[in-house]
Design a binder for this molecule. Sequence first.
Ligand code: PBG
Length: 331
Amino acid sequence: MRMTEAEFPVARPRRLRGTAAMRRMVAGTRLHPAELVLPMFVKEGVTEPQPVTSMPGVFQHTRDSLRKAAHEAAEAGVGGLILFGIPEVKDARGSAGDDPDGIVQKAVADLRADLGDAVVVMTDTCLDEFTDHGHCGVLTAAGEVDNDATLERYASVALAQAAAGSQVVAPSGMMDGQVGAIRAALDANGFSHIPILAYSAKYASAFYGPFREAAECAPQFGDRNAYQQDPAGPVGEALREVRLDLAEGADAVMVKPALAYLDILRQVRDSVDVPVAAYQVSGEYAMVEAAAANGWIDRDRIIMESLIAIRRAGADMILTYWATEVARRLS
Ligand code: PBG
């Protein structure tokens, strides 16, 4: 016989909310420092860390200050770091991205030498930080991003990163075929053990605004709407991108941004059997910091609540600029 649920006054859901210990015992969603990933910026040719105005508390690091901040993150128990580099010289093809002496490659080598395997050192694999036009790929004569020519560049950037010691490459440019091109290049060059975390469902989002200051990569003309997903696009598009990336060899997939895309995150989580990451992006960070600076919200509670929401929606890993702070608070 099927049991029917008793109604009030027998059913009193409040019984399980009465004390902090009771709530802790029945909590279905927990955060752990190891599932947090800290995005970090390193800038070539600076002697002091440069504060990012629109992201209070975030810096464009020098190689030295990066090492210090990475050490602090590892000590707090953060699971991973993902590096973004700002080179001194940019050009049309983003040459600094795959230069063995490029800033990201140097910084990766620094961090691996310092930290060993204490934390996973990952790299964003894209071209926008390295191109003078700010687009995520190389351009055709008509000024459009050339998908297939860009794939060759991504493969080369991923190889340079892996050769420098990157333990996970994370292609974020939303070119068709990028995961397959990178997988083939890694496998052909002795890096078949290096996983790919694919930014699979990445939307053309205004929430990336502050990042473009942090990484100095705002497109000099146009926008990214022809390669990143339309927020209003077909809902199945995210699942299709994920499926294609997995077929091309992705080891883990990402949804980005996070808070405005929890529905997508849940659908992706339910449709795959690989780890799913969510990126709480620069604009999500900036909004909370700005409102908190005005005394309008309870900063610490909002940070934890938003991370719990992202976790509850299905993220196994969360990329967040608050990773070190939150990891400390959790332990
Ligand atoms: C592209 C990249 C971007 C972000 C991560 N990787 C910028 C973009 O697509 O315009 C945004 C991250 C953030 O906003 O915090 N290399």
